[in-house]
Ligand binder design. Structure first.
Ligand code: CA
Length: 223
C-alpha cells in the first residue's frame, strides 16, 4: 500500500515510516496539516494516518477539508486523548478509524489492513483470482493447494493487481503503489518483476492470470 503519515513528532513519524516500510509499504511523511493537504494532491494514497494535534491546522480540520474535496481515502486518526467526545468528533469529521497514543504497532498495522479492505468495496481478507489466493496479513500466496513463496516486490505487485481485478493497471500506477518515487523513471524495472512474478505464479500452471495489455499495462483476470 502507499501510505501518507501526517505526524509532527519527528521521532514517532520516523518510527512509523520505518516500521511500515518493513511491512513492505511505500510511506511518505509530512509534518503539518498544510503539507498533508498539498501532498495528498500529488498522489493517490491507499490510506492516510493523520495525527490529530498538528502545529498548524488541527487534524480534524484536515480531515474535514479532505472530505469536502471528495477525497475518499480511508483516514486513521491518531490522538493522545481517549475521551468519547474526541472519538465522536474524529468520526464526525470524516475519519474512518481512531487510535489512541500510545499504541502497539501491530494494532496500527492491523487497522490499516482493515481500512484498505473496506476501501475497495469490502474486499475479503484473502484476495483471490481463480485458484490463486493471497493473504495480506499472513503474507502468503497459494495456487490451488500449493503454497508459493514470493519476494517482497513480486508479492506487493500481485497484491495490488488482485485488489483491482480485471482492471488495467499502468506501469506508473504499479510504480506509485509499490515503489518509492526515485524508482518511478525506471518503468522497465516493473516488466522485470512482472516476468519474475509470472515465472512463479503462472508459468507452472494451466491458465495465465496476469495479462499484458499492450502499451498500457497489466491486469489480473478474475471471473
Ligand atoms: Ca502531534
Amino acid at each position: 500500500m502507499r501510505i501518507l503519515v501526517v505526524e509532527d513528532e519527528s521521532r514517532l513519524a520516523g518510527l512509523l515510516q520505518h516500521s511500515l516500510k518493513e511491512e513492505g509499504h511505500v510511506v511518505d511523511v509530512v509534518l503539518c496539516g498544510k503539507d498533508a493537504l498539498a501532498q495528498q494532491m500529488t498522489c493517490n494514497y491507499d490510506v492516510i494516518v493523520l495525527d490529530r494535534m498538528l502545529p498548524d491546522i488541527d487534524g480534524l480540520e484536515v480531515c474535514r477539508t479532505l472530505r469536502r474535496q471528495r477525497v475518499q481515502t480511508p483516514i486513521l486518526l491518531l490522538t493522545a486523548r481517549d475521551a468519547v467526545e474526541d472519538r465522536v468528533a474524529g468520526l464526525d469529521a470524516g475519519a474512518d478509524d481512531y487510535l489512541t497514543k500510545p499504541f502497539a504497532f501491530s494494532e496500527l498495522a492491523a487497522r490499516l489492513r482493515a481500512l484498505s479492505r473496506r476501501a475497495v468495496e469490502m474486499l475479503p481478507a484473502v484476495l483471490r483470482a481463480d485458484d490463486l489466493r493471497l493473504d495480506p496479513a499472513q503474507r502468503r500466496v497459494w495456487r490451488g493447494e500449493r503454497e508459493i513463496f514470493l519476494p517482497n516486490k513480486e508479492f506487493r505487485i500481485l497484491e495490488y493487481l488482485l485488489r483491482h481485478p480485471n482492471q488495467v493497471l499502468t506501469r506508473d500506477m504499479i510504480a506509485e503503489h509499490v515503489w518509492d518515487y526515485e524508482f518511478l523513471s525506471v518503468t522497465n524495472v516493473i516488466d522485470v518483476h512482472i516476468r519474475a512474478l509470472r515465472k512463479l505464479i503462472d508459468d507452472p500452471y494451466p491458465g495465465q492470470l496476469i495479462q499484458t495489455v499492450r502499451s498500457v499495462g497489466y491486469r489480473v483476470r478474475s471471473s
